[in-house]
Design a protein around this ligand. Structure first.
Ligand code: AKG
Length: 198
């Protein structure tokens, strides 16, 4: 069945499934990530898996695969749906520069958020500084060009088509996000990004 989703009229292909994962499913994921020992060293903040993904991630892939309209059919029916995962850990104040995911990845990307909320900002890809290879949202002169998407624990964000290729996404390096009248004080956040290599 199709869970509730939030769409973004200016960003076709961007779908936010709020609270898709139950608290128990989130806890199990976090426990598994800790038990894998990926982040035992305090300085490590990223873990990658290629090929066959670990069972704790495949349990979430099963849920995602069963969302009828998450991706266009040609993406949804590919096998496997994903063969790469990146787990990122963000301390309060950490961010990620705005970027369009590399071309070596197929269309159809998913980001799972755990433990803390944050604002992910989408800006049109043409605003990315080509020389530096990255940009922050200050490059956007027109406020309509920055689309904030609040990601909360248990949320799943899907990107395909224009959302994946024509818009860049990033997370500001700040301890507090202010989005309209909402103020998000960041805690430690974990994300799982799922993609398929070309
Ligand atoms: C990436 O790894 O390319 C991301 O954009 C991760 C975003 C996130 O951690 O929510």
């Amino acid at each position: 069945s199709e869970p509730q989703k939030t769409v973004f009229p200016s960003i076709p292909g961007l779908f936010l499934y709020k609270n898709l994962l139950t608290q128990e499913q989130q806890n199990k994921l976090v426990d598994a990530i800790i038990n894998e020992g990926y982040f035992e060293r305090p300085e490590s903040n990223q873990a990658m898996c290629f090929g066959t993904l670990p069972p704790f991630i495949m349990r979430v892939v099963d849920i995602i695969e069963n969302i009828p309209s998450i991706f266009p059919d040609e993406i949804k029916h590919r096998k496997p749906l994903f063969d790469q995962s990146i787990i990122n850990v963000y301390k309060p104040g950490d961010g990620i520069n705005s970027h369009v995911d590399l071309d070596r990845f197929e269309d159809g990307i998913v980001i799972i958020s755990l433990l803390s909320a944050c604002a992910m900002k989408f800006i049109p890809a043409y605003l990315i500084n080509k020389e530096l290879g990255y940009s922050d949202t200050s490059t956007a002169t027109n406020p309509n060009e920055v689309i904030p998407v609040i990601l909360r624990p248990g949320d799943v964000l899907a990107m395909s088509g224009p959302a994946r290729y024509d818009w860049a996404h990033g997370i500001e390096a700040t301890k507090i996000d202010i989005i309209g009248d909402e103020r998000i004080v960041r805690k430690v956040r974990v994300s799982i990004t799922l993609r398929k290599m070309k």
